[in-house]
Design a protein around this ligand. Structure first.
Ligand code: ACO
Length: 429
């Protein structure tokens, strides 16, 4: 196996080292390319560029494999809890019983946000998108921890990680309560992470609320499936912002904003809106398929396609299997699930989708389950953010610990005007 790639440029040969990952992934190391050759590489969309070396998540898009720290996603979704998976992602190992209990305790003890922050919610219009609220509230959290904002102080980071995980859950639930005009419900320390979130979302002060175990199990599964996905758009954003030594809150707030986009986490909301439109059009899935194939329509089949998965998205398979079971257990029938299934079936028979290797992604079925749980559509992307949080934290921590400490700063090929003299306004045409 060669250790170098050879590059011939302007009559000279350069040796570029080959880097091999633990799963035999290969990269050509071009870190010295510009210094030695004065050339850069061009890769808009970064489909062929590795931005880092990471030990957190492994994906094989051709085989439909996703593993966190080596553990297959299917096993974690079935057997783990979100808290345990968050620990695994951030600290690199499955916790012992004591470690898990300590971690849980930290999450429980730090679930409140400063009472003053409750007033912030009053400043938003009732139409505000919960992702706009979430990102600004997370950024605002930084002003309450001025003593813990040094990304290079491991002790400060260790204090912040569980606080961020716990408080963002509270902020997300409060955003929902504010959006429907109900009083916020303070967290209950006797409840675990997911149960506590559901309690803060759905309890009201006027009557007792029992957290449904099936909902807790389902939420654990959904959040685990979203917990990390290596160098996707929002995670790369967290790393990039973090590379400037911006504090943890600022980096996570930036990740939330990147996730909001409809080509990324915002797709789960768009999937539901698309299914509702199809329902209003008498369930006509063919029309949606034709529109998605027509490049002039500006419409894409939401929840379909993925930059990395070109065979199947393993997360979508887990969710699809769970969908029927969960809806039956919750005693719900959702016509949108039937539409989603028919849409998938029609698309997977169509050569447009087959040729382009477009399959349902994680967002295609997740909305149907969230809907059954009573979570409104605008909150879907917030749920994704909650799930992705451990991944962002783990990647941010890894970048500062193992990275090269350089600010991320891509280059470009300039295609604009060459030098020209300033023209006085009277002489301009
Ligand atoms: N519907 C119709 N056509 C599509 C779709 C789609 N959902 N996705 C890709 N295509 C087509 C493109 O038009 C393009 O066609 P062409 O080769 O004829 O020009 C081809 O498939 C390749 O598409 P790209 O945009 O180059 O693929 P890319 O890897 O850049 O994009 C993405 C991946 C953004 C996910 C895309 O498939 C998409 O927009 N999907 C819908 C949005 C979505 O579901 N996003 C969630 C992604 S998963 C996540 O973030 C958790």
């Amino acid at each position: 196996m060669s250790e170098f790639a050879e590059l011939k440029l302007d009559g000279k040969t350069y040796k570029l080292p080959i880097i091999t990952g633990t799963e035999d992934e290969k990269a050509i190391d071009i870190r010295k390319l510009r210094a030695e050759t004065n050339y850069i590489t061009l890769d808009s969309g970064y489909g062929n560029s590795g931005s880092c070396q990471s030990s957190i998540t492994f994906i094989d898009g051709d085989k439909g494999i996703l593993r966190y720290r080596g553990y297959p996603i299917e096993q974690l979704a079935e057997k783990s809890t979100f808290t345990e998976t968050a620990y695994l992602l951030v600290y690199g190992k499955l916790p012992t019983a004591t470690e898990l209990a300590d971690f849980r305790e930290m999450l429980t003890r730090h679930s409140l946000i400063h009472e003053d922050m409750l007033h912030f919610y009053d400043g938003y219009p009732s139409t505000a998108h919960p992702m706009a609220i979430l990102s600004s509230m997370v950024c605002s959290l930084s002003s309450y921890y001025p003593e813990w904002l040094d990304p290079h102080d491991q002790n400060q980071v260790n204090q912040l990680v569980p606080r961020v995980l716990s408080k963002i859950r509270t902020i997300a639930a409060y955003s929902f309560k504010k959006s429907i005009g109900q009083p916020v419900i303070y967290p209950k320390n006797s409840l675990d992470y997911c149960a506590n979130f559901l309690y803060m979302m759905f309890a009201v002060p006027s009557e007792p609320y029992e957290v449904d175990e099936e909902m807790v199990k389902t939420l654990n599964m959904l959040l685990i499936l979203h917990a990390d996905h290596e160098q996707n758009c929002s995670t790369s954003t967290v790393r990039m912002v973090g590379s400037s030594d911006a504090n943890l809150f600022a980096s996570i707030a930036a990740g939330i904003l990147a996730l909001w986009g409809p080509k990324h986490g915002g797709a789960n909301q768009e999937v539901m809106e698309m299914l509702e439109t199809i329902q209003r059009n008498d369930g006509d899935v063919k029309k949606a398929i034709e529109m998605a194939k027509d490049k002039n329509s500006g419409f894409r089949l939401m929840g379909f396609g993925h930059r990395v998965y070109k065979n199947h998205d393993p997360r979508a398979q887990v969710i699809k299997k769970a969908c029927d079971r969960i809806l039956a257990k919750m005693n719900r029938v959702d016509p949108l699930l039937e539409i989603a299934k028919r849409l998938e079936e029609a698309a997977l028979k169509d050569s447009y989708f087959v040729d382009r290797k477009l399959y349902p992604n994680v967002d295609f079925y997740s909305g149907v389950i969230y809907r059954a749980m009573g979570i409104p559509t605008p909150m879907f992307t917030v749920m994704f953010a909650l799930g992705r949080l451990p991944g962002w934290l783990a990647q941010w921590v890894e970048m500062h610990r193992d990275g090269e400490g350089r600010i991320d700063r891509p280059r470009q090929i300039y295609k604009g005007e060459t030098v020209r003299d300033y023209t006085p306004i009277a002489q301009r045409k």
